[in-house]
Design a protein around this ligand. Structure first.
Ligand SMILES: Nc1ncnc2c1ncn2[C@@H]1O[C@H](COP(=O)(O)OP(=O)(O)O)[C@@H](O)[C@H]1O
Ligand SMILES: [Mg+2]
Length: 154
């Protein structure tokens, strides 16, 4: 999927399209992109679409923020400031289950479960571009469903 996102609202809307498509089960989603690319904005739209009413803080300092929404267990991670990827082993990330939304996955090599779907946000004129690729059978199906849902909205 290749989706232009002209502004912040478009990034949230893309996340909102994905939220309800997520399985009530397990999925690992990697979110790549520079600082300020819009990764947390995407997750914010996703969580709000699943009924989260509060803030969506960046987990830069807490490493992981858990959410329980619509029968789904979600964990939003940001590995930007991780000092030692072995911290992930102590957290037990590999065995967590549920939906993992992981910003800066490249900072935790060897300690993360492999992704079902990989998202990449890059700056564009105007706004951003989102590229998404499914890596597993489930991830490919999710990516296709997301593309259809996002296409219907725009
Ligand atoms: N499509 C977009 N176009 C322009 N600005 C955007 C877009 N998506 C998000 N932003 C803005 O970029 C800034 C950084 O977003 P954030 O989600 O915190 O980035 P990241 O988590 O990737 O570091 C925010 O001010 C947000 O509103
Ligand atoms: Mg972020």
């Amino acid at each position: 999927m290749h989706l232009p996102l002209k502004d912040s609202a478009a990034t949230e809307a893309a996340g909102a399209c994905l939220g309800p498509l997520l399985p009530v089960g397990d999925a690992v989603i990697y979110l790549h992109g520079d600082l300020g690319a819009g990764k947390t904005t995407l997750v914010r739209g996703l969580l709000h679409a699943l009924g989260h009413a509060g803030r969506v803080p960046s987990p830069t300092y807490t490493l992981v923020e858990p959410y329980s929404l619509g029968g789904r267990e979600l964990r939003h991670l940001d590995l930007y400031r991780i000092a030692d990827p072995e911290e992930l082993a102590f957290l037990g990330i590999r065995d967590m289950g549920g939906i993992l939304l992981i910003e800066w996955p490249e900072r935790g090599p060897h300690f993360l479960p492999p992704p079902d779907m990989v998202c990449r946000l890059t700056t564009a004129e105007p706004g951003r571009v989102l590229d998404v690729e499914g890596r597993t059978t489930a991830g490919k199906a999710l990516c296709q469903a997301w593309e259809r849902a996002a296409g219907m909205k725009s």
